[in-house]
Design a protein around this ligand. Structure first.
Ligand SMILES: N[C@@H](CCC(=O)N[C@@H](CS)C(=O)NCC(=O)O)C(=O)O
Length: 225
Protein backbone atom coordinates (compact mmCIF):
# COMPACT_ATOMS: atom_id res chain seq x y z
CA UNK A 1 0.00 0.00 0.00
CA UNK A 2 1.45 3.37 -1.01
CA UNK A 3 1.01 6.29 1.32
CA UNK A 4 1.23 9.83 0.00
CA UNK A 5 1.74 12.88 2.16
CA UNK A 6 0.46 16.16 0.76
CA UNK A 7 2.73 18.79 2.15
CA UNK A 8 4.12 22.26 2.33
CA UNK A 9 7.87 22.51 3.00
CA UNK A 10 7.75 24.69 6.12
CA UNK A 11 4.63 23.29 7.76
CA UNK A 12 5.29 22.00 11.31
CA UNK A 13 2.11 19.89 11.16
CA UNK A 14 3.43 18.14 8.05
CA UNK A 15 6.74 17.71 9.88
CA UNK A 16 4.91 15.79 12.66
CA UNK A 17 3.47 13.34 10.15
CA UNK A 18 6.72 12.94 8.20
CA UNK A 19 8.67 12.39 11.44
CA UNK A 20 6.27 9.62 12.46
CA UNK A 21 6.58 7.99 9.02
CA UNK A 22 10.38 8.17 9.28
CA UNK A 23 10.60 6.88 12.85
CA UNK A 24 8.55 3.85 11.85
CA UNK A 25 10.46 3.38 8.57
CA UNK A 26 7.21 3.48 6.59
CA UNK A 27 7.79 4.07 2.86
CA UNK A 28 5.81 7.06 1.55
CA UNK A 29 5.61 9.49 -1.32
CA UNK A 30 5.47 13.19 -0.74
CA UNK A 31 3.96 15.96 -2.84
CA UNK A 32 4.58 19.59 -1.99
CA UNK A 33 2.00 22.19 -2.88
CA UNK A 34 2.18 25.96 -2.84
CA UNK A 35 -0.11 27.05 -0.03
CA UNK A 36 -0.46 30.52 -1.53
CA UNK A 37 -1.76 28.95 -4.75
CA UNK A 38 -3.04 25.45 -4.01
CA UNK A 39 -4.00 23.32 -7.00
CA UNK A 40 -7.70 22.73 -7.68
CA UNK A 41 -7.43 19.00 -6.83
CA UNK A 42 -6.24 19.95 -3.33
CA UNK A 43 -9.41 21.97 -2.68
CA UNK A 44 -11.46 19.09 -3.99
CA UNK A 45 -9.99 16.50 -1.65
CA UNK A 46 -8.97 18.47 1.46
CA UNK A 47 -11.89 18.73 3.91
CA UNK A 48 -10.41 21.74 5.76
CA UNK A 49 -8.16 23.15 3.03
CA UNK A 50 -5.03 22.46 5.09
CA UNK A 51 -1.92 20.30 4.88
CA UNK A 52 -0.96 17.69 5.86
CA UNK A 53 -3.16 15.19 4.08
CA UNK A 54 -2.29 11.52 4.07
CA UNK A 55 -3.63 9.61 1.10
CA UNK A 56 -4.21 5.98 2.05
CA UNK A 57 -5.59 4.08 -0.93
CA UNK A 58 -8.92 5.83 -1.63
CA UNK A 59 -9.00 7.61 1.70
CA UNK A 60 -7.91 11.13 2.56
CA UNK A 61 -6.77 11.50 6.16
CA UNK A 62 -6.47 15.03 7.51
CA UNK A 63 -5.36 16.77 10.73
CA UNK A 64 -1.82 15.91 11.79
CA UNK A 65 -2.78 14.36 15.12
CA UNK A 66 -5.36 12.07 13.53
CA UNK A 67 -2.77 11.11 10.90
CA UNK A 68 -0.06 10.18 13.38
CA UNK A 69 -2.54 8.29 15.55
CA UNK A 70 -3.56 6.30 12.45
CA UNK A 71 0.08 5.59 11.59
CA UNK A 72 0.71 4.41 15.13
CA UNK A 73 -2.22 1.98 15.00
CA UNK A 74 -1.50 0.72 11.50
CA UNK A 75 2.28 0.32 11.59
CA UNK A 76 4.43 -1.23 14.34
CA UNK A 77 6.17 -0.56 16.62
CA UNK A 78 3.64 1.31 18.79
CA UNK A 79 4.95 4.68 19.87
CA UNK A 80 2.05 5.27 22.26
CA UNK A 81 2.30 3.65 25.71
CA UNK A 82 0.53 0.31 26.12
CA UNK A 83 -1.14 1.48 29.33
CA UNK A 84 -4.49 3.24 28.73
CA UNK A 85 -3.98 5.85 31.43
CA UNK A 86 -0.52 6.73 30.16
CA UNK A 87 -1.87 6.84 26.61
CA UNK A 88 -4.58 9.31 27.64
CA UNK A 89 -1.92 11.51 29.24
CA UNK A 90 0.23 11.35 26.12
CA UNK A 91 -2.77 12.42 24.02
CA UNK A 92 -3.30 15.38 26.31
CA UNK A 93 0.34 16.45 25.87
CA UNK A 94 0.01 16.06 22.11
CA UNK A 95 -2.95 18.47 22.22
CA UNK A 96 -0.75 20.81 24.24
CA UNK A 97 1.87 20.78 21.46
CA UNK A 98 -0.70 22.57 19.28
CA UNK A 99 -1.23 25.17 22.02
CA UNK A 100 2.53 25.82 22.03
CA UNK A 101 2.63 25.93 18.22
CA UNK A 102 0.01 28.69 18.31
CA UNK A 103 2.23 30.60 20.78
CA UNK A 104 5.15 30.14 18.41
CA UNK A 105 3.19 31.58 15.48
CA UNK A 106 2.16 34.54 17.68
CA UNK A 107 5.86 35.21 18.30
CA UNK A 108 6.66 35.00 14.58
CA UNK A 109 3.78 37.22 13.49
CA UNK A 110 3.98 39.82 16.30
CA UNK A 111 4.10 43.20 14.57
CA UNK A 112 6.03 45.05 17.24
CA UNK A 113 8.34 44.45 20.18
CA UNK A 114 5.58 44.74 22.78
CA UNK A 115 3.39 42.12 21.10
CA UNK A 116 6.40 39.89 20.60
CA UNK A 117 7.28 39.99 24.31
CA UNK A 118 3.67 39.21 25.21
CA UNK A 119 3.67 36.22 22.86
CA UNK A 120 7.02 35.00 24.18
CA UNK A 121 5.81 35.32 27.78
CA UNK A 122 2.81 33.17 26.91
CA UNK A 123 5.02 30.53 25.27
CA UNK A 124 7.30 30.51 28.31
CA UNK A 125 4.33 30.19 30.70
CA UNK A 126 3.21 27.17 28.72
CA UNK A 127 6.77 25.85 28.79
CA UNK A 128 6.64 26.06 32.61
CA UNK A 129 3.79 23.55 32.44
CA UNK A 130 5.52 21.38 29.84
CA UNK A 131 8.72 21.33 31.91
CA UNK A 132 6.74 19.70 34.75
CA UNK A 133 5.44 16.99 32.40
CA UNK A 134 8.85 16.00 31.05
CA UNK A 135 11.02 13.17 32.33
CA UNK A 136 14.81 13.46 32.56
CA UNK A 137 14.89 12.09 29.01
CA UNK A 138 16.30 11.54 26.59
CA UNK A 139 12.74 11.53 25.18
CA UNK A 140 9.48 12.89 26.54
CA UNK A 141 8.66 9.82 28.57
CA UNK A 142 12.15 8.37 29.01
CA UNK A 143 14.10 5.97 26.84
CA UNK A 144 11.65 5.55 23.94
CA UNK A 145 10.57 7.96 21.23
CA UNK A 146 6.81 8.44 21.58
CA UNK A 147 4.12 10.24 19.59
CA UNK A 148 4.54 13.16 22.02
CA UNK A 149 8.11 13.48 20.74
CA UNK A 150 6.82 13.50 17.16
CA UNK A 151 4.24 16.14 18.11
CA UNK A 152 6.73 18.52 19.76
CA UNK A 153 9.77 17.95 17.52
CA UNK A 154 8.66 20.35 14.75
CA UNK A 155 7.97 23.14 17.24
CA UNK A 156 11.39 22.71 18.86
CA UNK A 157 13.03 22.49 15.43
CA UNK A 158 11.44 25.81 14.36
CA UNK A 159 12.24 27.46 17.70
CA UNK A 160 15.87 26.41 17.39
CA UNK A 161 16.07 28.38 14.14
CA UNK A 162 14.22 31.32 15.65
CA UNK A 163 16.74 31.31 18.51
CA UNK A 164 19.41 32.24 15.95
CA UNK A 165 17.54 35.53 15.60
CA UNK A 166 16.37 35.85 19.22
CA UNK A 167 18.52 33.70 21.55
CA UNK A 168 16.21 34.24 24.57
CA UNK A 169 13.60 32.04 22.87
CA UNK A 170 15.03 29.25 25.04
CA UNK A 171 15.76 29.78 28.71
CA UNK A 172 17.93 26.95 30.00
CA UNK A 173 17.71 28.16 33.61
CA UNK A 174 13.93 28.14 33.62
CA UNK A 175 13.35 25.15 31.31
CA UNK A 176 16.42 22.88 31.53
CA UNK A 177 14.56 19.72 30.58
CA UNK A 178 12.96 21.31 27.52
CA UNK A 179 16.32 22.63 26.34
CA UNK A 180 17.92 19.21 26.78
CA UNK A 181 14.97 17.55 25.02
CA UNK A 182 15.23 20.07 22.15
CA UNK A 183 18.94 19.27 21.75
CA UNK A 184 18.11 15.56 21.43
CA UNK A 185 15.17 15.97 19.05
CA UNK A 186 16.69 18.41 16.57
CA UNK A 187 19.50 15.99 15.75
CA UNK A 188 17.28 12.90 15.72
CA UNK A 189 17.54 11.15 12.35
CA UNK A 190 13.81 10.98 11.69
CA UNK A 191 13.21 14.59 12.68
CA UNK A 192 16.02 15.88 10.42
CA UNK A 193 15.17 13.68 7.46
CA UNK A 194 11.51 14.67 7.63
CA UNK A 195 12.25 18.14 6.24
CA UNK A 196 13.63 19.24 2.87
CA UNK A 197 17.40 19.71 2.49
CA UNK A 198 17.14 23.48 2.06
CA UNK A 199 14.77 23.91 5.00
CA UNK A 200 16.98 26.41 6.86
CA UNK A 201 17.31 28.69 3.85
CA UNK A 202 13.57 28.49 3.11
CA UNK A 203 12.77 29.16 6.75
CA UNK A 204 14.80 32.37 6.94
CA UNK A 205 13.39 33.55 3.58
CA UNK A 206 9.89 32.95 4.91
CA UNK A 207 10.63 34.66 8.22
CA UNK A 208 12.28 37.70 6.63
CA UNK A 209 9.33 38.25 4.32
CA UNK A 210 6.87 38.77 7.17
CA UNK A 211 5.80 42.22 8.27
CA UNK A 212 6.85 41.44 11.82
CA UNK A 213 9.20 42.36 14.64
CA UNK A 214 11.25 39.17 14.22
CA UNK A 215 11.49 39.63 10.46
CA UNK A 216 13.07 43.03 11.04
CA UNK A 217 15.47 41.47 13.57
CA UNK A 218 16.40 38.74 11.07
CA UNK A 219 17.03 41.25 8.28
CA UNK A 220 19.10 43.48 10.56
CA UNK A 221 21.15 40.50 11.72
CA UNK A 222 21.76 39.29 8.15
CA UNK A 223 23.01 42.76 7.15
CA UNK A 224 25.72 42.55 9.83
CA UNK A 225 26.96 39.14 8.70
N1 LIG B 1 -4.73 21.49 12.90
C1 LIG B 1 -4.09 21.25 11.63
C2 LIG B 1 -3.26 22.48 11.26
C3 LIG B 1 -2.66 22.37 9.88
C4 LIG B 1 -2.29 23.74 9.29
O1 LIG B 1 -2.62 24.79 9.88
N2 LIG B 1 -1.61 23.71 8.16
C5 LIG B 1 -1.29 24.97 7.51
C6 LIG B 1 0.13 24.95 6.96
S1 LIG B 1 1.32 24.86 8.23
C7 LIG B 1 -2.22 25.13 6.32
O2 LIG B 1 -2.48 24.21 5.59
N3 LIG B 1 -2.72 26.34 6.13
C8 LIG B 1 -3.54 26.66 5.00
C9 LIG B 1 -4.76 27.40 5.40
O3 LIG B 1 -5.06 27.48 6.60
O4 LIG B 1 -5.44 27.88 4.48
C10 LIG B 1 -3.24 19.99 11.72
O5 LIG B 1 -2.82 19.63 12.82
O6 LIG B 1 -3.01 19.33 10.69
Amino acid sequence: MTLKLISYQLCPYVHKAATTLRVKHIPYEIEYIQLSKPPRWFHEISPLGKVPLLLVEDHVLFESTAIIEYLDEAYPPRLHPADMIQRAKHRAWMAFSDTCLRDYYRCVFAKNEEDFYKALARLHDHFDQLEQGLTAGPFFAGMHFSLVDAAFAPLLYHLKLLAEVWPAIFDSQRHPRIVHWKDILIVHRAVRQAVVDDFVELYFDWLSNKDSFLARQAIEQASYE
